[in-house]
Design a protein around this ligand. Structure first.
Ligand code: TRP
Length: 334
């Protein structure tokens, strides 16, 4: 608890360009949470180097992501928006928690298996202990809730197990976090393969709408979106492509699927695609304008980075000191 509010932690990696799926599924909802929770949102650049990165590119992307958090509507006075690498407590706690996590547990992580298959030439120890760093992010701020997608649930379970293990040895040190379900964000699927999640790492650029895509590109991608030969604008499992378009439309307009289906009665897929494309353009345009404006204001972004790193460090150090004491590290001599 901070000032009577529950603590919420989440983070994104600055690798790849954020997609409409990241926005509608996560970022947009984060904005609504800051009244109810004390929120910490990391740009988790330390996680990113588990896969080889170009340094200049990583630095640029990290700043862009932080700017995008603000452009999406997260007020940096209310939400702690910061770079993970600016708070050394993450690495320090991660080391300690590595010593309370079993090889067997990490071996079961499906993301590790997937990523090591994908990066067979660089299966490094960081990739293996990635979930421990993530646990440290969460536990460092004593988070009560963590909004994460389904792909991160296993990591969150591990976080809970490690926290409980630590607490059972040393007393109540960590808050054991819960997954945040809340008003579930829309799950947006690939435009080219609606059985698959829209992903920033998809090799096919037509599969994803990127947040910085211009209106023409957006309209073109929707026109090419995969549908089916049913010729029916219905919201059902048998028509995943059409359903995905309707989901996107509803997320952008606030309509319900029933309302959307009624609206398109008697119309064709072409009409649907145009309407969805336009609804996306009207959601992304203000975000892009705000982003362009913010990107020019170097001093402002710098001040956000500085102030929020200080705030994050303050809370991180509180937990870290407690943990260091519990495990038996000697107190510093002042
Ligand atoms: N591992 C998460 C992802 O790739 C990002 C992340 C890092 C995170 N630390 C976190 C998410 C803590 C929630 C809480 O999506």
């Amino acid at each position: 608890m901070i000032d009577g509010k529950k603590v919420l932690y989440s983070g994104m990696q600055a690798t790849g360009n954020l997609t409409l799926g990241n926005y509608l599924g996560a970022l947009k909802n984060w904005v609504t949470l800051s009244d109810e929770y004390e929120c910490f949102y990391g740009v988790v650049d330390m996680h990113s180097i588990t896969v080889r990165q170009d340094p200049a590119e990583l630095r640029k992307r990290a700043r862009n992501l932080l700017t995008l958090y603000i452009a999406a509507g997260l007020d940096p006075k209310k939400n702690c928006i910061y770079y993970q690498s600016h708070v050394s407590g993450h690495a320090e706690l991660a080391w300690i928690l590595n010593c309370y996590t079993y090889m067997g547990e990490l071996n079961r992580m499906t993301q590790f298996k997937d990523k090591s298959a994908k990066h067979a030439d660089n299966i490094n120890a960081g990739l293996f202990t990635y979930p421990v760093l993530m646990a440290s992010d969460i536990l460092l701020y004593q988070a009560d809730v963590v909004p994460v997608g389904i792909d991160q649930r296993q990591h969150l379970e591990l976080t809970r197990d490690v926290a409980e293990r630590f607490n059972s040895i040393y007393g109540d040190v960590f808050t054991v976090p819960e997954a945040y379900y809340g008003k579930a964000g829309a799950k947006i699927m690939s435009l080219q393969n609606p059985e698959k999640k829209m992903s920033k790492s998809d090799e096919n650029p037509n599969a994803s709408i990127y947040l910085m895509d211009d209106p023409d590109t957006i309209m073109r991608k929707f026109k090419r979106a995969v549908t089916d030969s049913e010729a029916c604008i219905c919201y059902r499992d048998e028509q995943p492509g059409v359903r995905n378009l309707l989901d996107i439309y509803c997320a952008c307009t606030g309509k319900t699927p029933d309302e959307a289906v009624a609206e398109f009665e008697g119309k064709g897929y072409g009409d649907l695609k145009v309407a969805v494309g336009e609804s996306v353009v009207s959601v992304l345009k203000p975000l892009q304008d705000r982003y362009a404006e913010l990107s020019k204001d170097k001093a402002y972004i710098d001040s956000v980075i500085k102030e929020n790193a200080e705030k994050a460090n303050y809370y991180a150090m509180k937990t870290l000191r407690k943990v260091q004491k519990k495990v038996g590290f000697p107190e510093k001599v002042r």
